[in-house]
Design a protein around this ligand. Structure first.
Ligand code: PLP
Length: 423
C-alpha cells in the first residue's frame, strides 16, 4: 500500500502526500483540479474544525470565539464555524450581510471597523450584536441615535490602542500609536465619559487588536496590562464591564518557525481576566483558516531571463495578493512529487503585468512541465478574500473538502460577471 507522508511546509495534517500525490483529506488534489479547473482554492473542513477546537480548548467554554470573517468570508466557511461554536468578528456592513444571507445569528457577533458609515452602524444595531466596538468618538452620537430609535441601549466595547509593538509586518500592525485603529489610551478617558453619560449607550467591555500574524505571547499580556491600568484609573471605567476582547492576530508558521502558542496566551490572560470577572473574547481569523487552504495553480511554461529562471503559472497576484502586498512567503510544493526530478531554483510568477506579481521567489522546485500542478500552501486566510479582477482576470473557484466529499462553495467568476456592473 502507498505510504502516507506529511506534506512539507504544510501546517495541517489534512494536506498530505499519498503515493507521492497531494491530498486534501480523502481527495486527491489533482482530481479536484480536473473537476473544477485551475487556479483553484481548496479548503479542508477538518482543519477548520480542529483549529476552532484548539482555540476553544485554550480559552474555555465561557470564552466567545468570534471568527474574523475578513480572513475568509465564504458562506460555507461561516456556516461551518457557526456549527463549531463560533460567533463572528465583523468589520463592514457587507460582512454583516453575509451572516444574514447564510441565516446565521448575530448575537455572538462583534463589529469593529475604523471608519464605519451611518448605515453600517444602524444595520449593526438593528441586527443585535454581542457588542459594538467603538473606534472613534464620531461613532457615539450615531450609535446612541440608533439605540434610541430601537428603544434599547447599545452594548459598546471601546477599542483601545495600547501602543504595543506586535513585531509583525508594518502593514498588519494595528496597535501602535502611528496606526489608525482604536482610541489612544491617553485620549480614552473623555470617550468613556461620553459613553457612560449617554443613556443609550452601555459600556460592556474593552477591545484591543494588535495586528496580524503575531507569534509571541508578550504583546497580548502587555496590551492587557495597559488596558487594566487605564480601567483602574477611575471607577466608572469598570462599571458594567464584562468582556475583554483581546482581538485576533494568532500567527501561523507559513512553513517556518512555530505558530503562536494559543494555549500560552490563554494561560497568561485567563487568570487576570478571572480576577476581574471579565469574559474573554477572541477574534482569530488566520489561525483558523490559514493552514486550512491551498491555492492550486497550473504551470504555463518557463523561461530564462538574465540570471533568473521564471516558472510561469496561471495564478497571479490578483488571486493571492499576500506575496506582493506583504512580502509574504508561502511554501510552494508540486501536487505530484517526482523524487528523481532535477531540482532547480525558480521564481514562481503569474501572468499579471507587474514585476510584483510573484507567488514565490528563489524557490527550489523539481523541473516542471506545462500542465504540472503546484500548490501554494497556507492560503486559506486572506487569499480568496483579497482576490481582485486586476488585468480583467476572473477570480478562482473555491472548493470545501470534508472527508471524501468535495463541494464547490464559490464558482469561478465568468467574464459576464466581470462585466456586469459596467454600463
Ligand atoms: C479587529 C480585528 N480582529 C481580528 C482580526 C483577525 O486577525 P487574524 O486573521 O490575524 O487573526 C483582524 C484582522 O485584521 C482585525 O482587524
Amino acid at each position: 500500500m502507498a505510504e502516507r507522508a506529511q506534506c512539507p511546509g504544510s501546517g495541517s495534517p489534512d494536506f498530505y502526500l499519498h503515493g507521492g500525490e497531494l491530498h486534501c483529506e480523502q481527495v486527491p488534489v489533482r482530481e479536484l483540479v480536473e473537476r473544477f479547473g485551475s487556479p483553484l482554492y481548496i479548503y479542508s473542513a477538518a482543519t477548520i474544525r480542529e483549529r476552532a477546537k484548539r482555540v476553544r480548548v485554550a480559552f474555555g467554554d465561557t470564552a466567545r470565539i468570534c471568527y474574523a470573517v475578513k480572513a475568509n468570508p465564504n458562506l460555507s466557511v461561516l456556516r461551518l464555524l457557526h456549527e463549531a461554536g463560533c460567533g463572528f468578528d465583523l468589520v463592514s456592513g457587507g460582512e454583516l450581510e453575509r451572516l444574514a444571507v447564510a441565516c446565521l445569528p448575530t448575537d455572538q457577533a462583534v463589529f469593529a471597523g475604523v471608519g464605519k458609515q451611518r448605515w453600517e452602524i444602524e444595520a449593526a444595531v438593528a441586527a443585535g450584536l454581542l457588542f459594538f466596538n467603538v473606534e472613534s468618538p464620531y461613532e457615539l452620537p450615531l450609535l446612541a441615535a440608533a439605540g434610541e430609535a430601537a428603544g434599547k441601549p447599545v452594548a459598546v466595547a471601546l477599542r483601545l490602542n495600547p501602543n504595543v509593538e506586535a513585531n509583525t509586518h508594518a502593514y498588519i500592525s494595528t496597535g501602535k500609536d502611528e496606526n489608525k485603529f482604536g482610541v489612544a489610551i491617553d485620549r480614552a478617558a473623555a470617550v468613556v465619559d461620553e459613553i457612560v453619560a449617554n443613556p443609550w449607550l452601555s459600556l460592556v467591555g474593552y477591545h484591543v487588536h494588535l495586528g496580524s500574524q503575531l507569534r509571541a505571547v508578550g504583546p497580548y499580556v502587555q496590551a492587557f496590562e495597559r488596558v487594566a491600568a487605564f480601567v483602574d484609573g477611575d471607577a466608572k471605567r469598570s462599571d458594567g464591564v464584562r468582556y475583554y476582547d483581546l482581538g485576533g492576530g494568532f500567527g501561523i508558521s507559513y512553513g517556518e518557525g512555530d505558530p503562536l502558542d494559543v494555549a500560552a496566551v490563554a494561560a497568561a490572560l485567563l487568570p487576570r481576566l478571572q480576577e476581574r470577572g471579565w469574559i474573554p473574547v477572541v477574534e482569530p481569523g488566520r489561525f483558523i483558516v490559514g493552514d486550512a487552504g491551498i491555492l492550486v495553480t497550473s504551470v504555463l511554461g518557463e523561461k530564462l531571463q538574465g540570471r533568473a529562471k521564471f516558472l510561469l503559472v496561471d495564478a497571479a497576484m490578483n488571486d493571492l495578493m499576500r506575496p506582493a502586498l506583504y512580502q509574504a512567503e508561502h511554501p510552494i510544493v508540486p501536487v505530484l512529487s517526482r523524487p528523481d526530478a532535477e531540482m532547480r531554483t525558480v521564481d514562481v510568477v503569474g501572468p499579471v503585468c507587474e514585476t510584483g506579481d510573484f507567488l514565490g521567489r528563489a524557490r527550489s522546485l523539481p523541473r516542471c512541465q506545462r500542465g504540472d500542478l503546484l500548490a501554494v500552501l497556507a492560503t486559506g486566510a486572506y487569499g480568496a478574500s483579497m482576490a481582485s479582477n486586476y488585468n480583467s482576470r476572473c477570480r478562482p473557484a473555491e472548493v470545501l473538502v470534508d472527508g471524501e466529499q468535495a463541494r464547490l462553495v464559490c464558482r469561478r467568476e465568468s467574464f459576464a460577471q466581470l462585466l456586469q456592473r459596467e454600463i
